[in-house]
Design a protein around this ligand. Structure first.
Ligand code: SF4
Length: 253
């Protein structure tokens, strides 16, 4: 999910009023389009990840799962939904059905009864059932290990494939979600107007020793510190390395 600005064109020559107060400061960093800073240099990129790795001791997904199949299903269900809501649903679903065969046996309607508290559950149920059938027909019931095979599954896009490749199989790939898109652009770590541009920039600019865990470092940093509307710059461990041009203002709030 990428938020975007909508600018209104007017025929007036009147200049817009200048930011004067905290409300204006809030508007500055309200979206993923926060004015990008200068690019973060290589030394600071290394320090950025050194500090995050010292601060975030457990760089893992907050989705609950116990095997590769459960992870795939949980990630599919998490599109435009919170990890918490997915965990509530899968806590009921997985004890009953955590294999392609078992979920197929539930059928679309049976599956919906477990996931109907999650947004887009109708289309997600249909896709999960199709994916389970494909896993059995084409992959011996196993989760495939290549991006092409994963993306060929119903309801699995590049981001989901990257999460599975990284989290289940330890591949050094970057799944860019709304948090990582924002953190990359805001901090100057990796800027870009599209998710793919930011992903490609991150792959080039993250120090290689941190690539495997970078997805979780950045997602957790974006979720709990460098938040969209109210970044906690005053309590941020990578304040010195961050190139966000408004970080001092936010630190003072
Ligand atoms: S100082 Fe930290 S919280 Fe603030 S914008 Fe930079 S990375 Fe985000």
């Amino acid at each position: 999910m990428i938020l975007c600005h909508i600018y209104k064109n007017t025929m007036t020559t009147k200049k817009p009023s200048q930011p004067k107060n905290n409300q204006s400061k809030l508007a500055i960093a309200k979206t993923a389009d926060t004015p990008p800073s200068r690019p973060m240099n290589a030394d600071n990129r290394l320090k950025f990840f050194e500090k995050l790795s010292q601060h975030i001791k457990d760089p893992v997904t907050e989705l609950n799962y116990s095997n590769e199949f459960e992870l795939l299903i949980a990630v599919m269900l998490s599109a435009q939904a919170t990890d918490k809501s997915v965990n509530i649903a899968t806590a009921r679903l997985f004890p009953v059905a955590n294999t392609p065969q078992a979920i197929l046996a539930l059928g679309v309607d049976g599956l919906k009864s477990y996931i109907n508290s999650i947004g887009l559950y109708n289309s997600k149920a249909t896709n999960v059932i199709k994916t389970c059938q494909d896993l059995l027909d084409k992959h011996g019931g196993q989760v495939p290990r290549t991006r092409a095979e994963l993306e060929a599954l119903a309801g699995v896009g590049r981001k989901t494939a990257n999460v599975v490749l990284n989290t289940a199989f330890g591949e050094p790939v970057m799944a860019v979600d709304t948090h990582i898109f924002r953190v990359g652009n805001r901090t100057g770590l990796a800027t870009g107007k599209t998710v793919l541009a930011v992903e490609n920039a991150l792959m080039k600019r993250i120090p290689s020793q941190y690539l495997v865990d970078a997805h979780h470092y950045l997602i957790l940093h974006g979720r709990y510190t460098c938040m969209a509307r109210s970044p906690k710059c005053g309590a941020c461990v990578v304040f010195d390395e961050c190139m966000f041009k408004d970080k001092e203002k936010w630190a003072d709030l």
